[in-house]
Design a protein around this ligand. Structure first.
Ligand code: ADP
Length: 469
């Protein structure tokens, strides 16, 4: 990735860095604690052992003869503990053959230490890398026993241990590097894949599939991106479809308007009767264009949610009569019959203007698709419980086949058949009806069978007249 300003850090490197830092810290901490613990317990063990051995020997000396004591002490020497019995003047009484020189200097120190503790006790002290245990013993002439253990053994053992710790630490770090590299690689690979797919998607490839099932968060993100893709695709398809359909529908009236306008100029301008007829065609086609543009605007408004519901209580009975009256011209000029069965003074709470769109679209469809008897049945009835009002608009036309029933509510769906169409339709009408009623949370539907006409219904809530001012 090329960055113009400050480049953000790669998740891979950040993960690796912090994982390693953590591994180093943990390893060092664990090893230092272990090392201190082992070293201290080895030291403590040596002290215990020497104290224990020292008191054992001083007890033995009390009871045994010179030869036995000498043999006994030799046994300890094999165990790494050298035992000396020294007279107060520095003469080494046991074992035999030890030079007295160094003991002349040491013995004063021992006597001073023992005097400091007093009462015939014992002392434990470190001198020249040796751990010493000293006490007065019953070996004639106020002599002392010194048991000495070389700490060099412990030092070299801890050195070996330290070596092992360093090797183990190195192995742990190596494993940590491998594990953190693999994990960070896997995680960033998943993100990289999503990002590569997103780039393809942004370039207009709607067949991409965001897939990552390895980590839940990334799987969730993939699902979200897949639904975004579907939505974008749907909206793109809708726009393309709408553009194609609308431009097709615009063409016919525009061609007609142009043709009839030319006709008026060239042929019928002076003939009032013909001119009137041609002008009527132009007006009708202009109305059709207006209807089409209004439908397109409505569908995009209700879809974008910009058109909020403005509900209030109104007289549905009066309102319905008002719409039916608009269709009067069809009764008068084309022999349509509207059979009504409408209860008086029914009130509902809804967005009056939008419900007007709904009823107008349903009436328009009934007129367009009704049978040869040109009859449309309109009923508005209160339910037995007084809580609901049902509007039914029924025609006697060819009806809608079972396969097509669920489709008719979709945008721009038209059953592929020719109908006589006194009211202009765009294929958007039922989609607008559906969105408006869904936004109101009103139930609605259609019952229809091929050859037996269709009956569209809407279920309104019934409210008392004066629920709102
Ligand atoms: P249009 O402008 O084509 O009427 P609509 O969205 O209102 O568009 O209706 C969609 C399709 O549903 C129509 O093209 C028609 O095929 C079918 N349709 C709607 N109302 C009826 C009806 N009362 N009888 C038969 N078919 C209908």
């Amino acid at each position: 990735m090329k960055c113009r300003t400050k480049c953000p850090k790669s998740i891979n490197k950040v993960l690796l860095k912090y994982f390693l830092l953590l591994a180093v810290l943990l390893t060092v901490l664990v090893e230092v604690v272990c090392f201190i613990f082992v070293k201290n317990s080895m030291d403590a063990q040596a002290r215990d052992r020497l104290t224990h051995t020292g008191s054992e020997i001083s007890a033995f000396i009390k009871t045994a003869n010179e030869k036995e004591i000498s043999d006994y002490l030799r046994g300890y020497a094999n165990d790494g503990i050298n035992v000396y019995i020294v007279a107060p003047d520095g003469e080494v009484l046991l074992p035999f053959g030890v030079t007295e020189g160094e003991w002349n200097e040491k013995i004063d120190g021992i006597i001073n230490r023992l005097n400091a503790v007093g009462g015939g006790g014992s002392v434990l002290y470190v001198e020249n890398s040796n751990l010493n245990y000293a006490t007065a013993v019953d070996y004639g002439g106020g002599s002392f026993m010194v048991a000495s253990y070389s700490l060099k053994i412990i030092r070299s053992a801890t050195k070996v241990l330290l070596g092992y710790f360093i090797i183990a630490g190195a192995v742990v770090l190596l494993v940590a590097v491998l594990v953190s590299y693999t994990i960070s690689q896997k995680l960033s690979d998943g993100i990289k894949n999503l990002s590569t797919t997103a780039v393809r998607f942004s370039k207009g490839d709607f067949n991409v599939n965001f897939a990552n099932a390895e980590y839940r968060e990334l799987a969730d993100l993939s699902d979200t991106l897949n639904s975004v893709r579907d939505e974008v695709k749907k909206s793109g398809d809708f726009q393309r479809e709408l553009l194609a359909n609308v431009s097709h529908d615009l063409k016919t009236p525009l061609t007609m308007i142009k043709a009839y306008a030319s006709m008026i100029r060239e042929i019928s301008g002076d003939n009032p009767e013909k001119r009137e007829k041609h002008l009527q065609v132009i007006i009708d086609e202009a109305d059709r264009l207006t209807g089409l543009v209004n439908d397109v605007l409505s569908v995009s408004k209700v879809n974008s949610g910009l058109d909020a519901i403005n509900a209030k209580v109104f007289n549905l009975t009066e309102f319905l009569y008002g719409i039916i009256n608009k269709f009067d011209y069809l009764q008068e000029t084309q022999g349509y019959k509207f059979m009504v069965d409408i209860d008086a003074n029914l009130y509902t709470r809804a967005d009056e203007e939008k419900i007007g769109q709904v009823i107008y679209n349903l009436m328009g469809n009934a007129v367009n698709y009704t049978g040869g008897d040109k009859t449309v049945f309109i009923s508005l009835k209160k339910s037995l419980t007084d809580e609901r009002i049902k509007l039914t608009i029924k025609d006697t036309g060819k009806g809608i086949s079972k396969d097509e029933l669920p489709e008719i509510w979709n945008r721009y769906y038209r059953v592929k058949e020719n109908h006589s169409r006194p009211v202009k339709g765009t294929g958007l009408g039922l989609n607008i009806v559906k969105i408006i009623l869904e936004n109101h949370s009103f139930d609605f539907g259609v019952e229809s069978e091929s050859g037996k006409g269709s009956s569209f219904w809407v279920d309104f809530p019934s409210v008392p007249e004066k629920i709102e001012a």
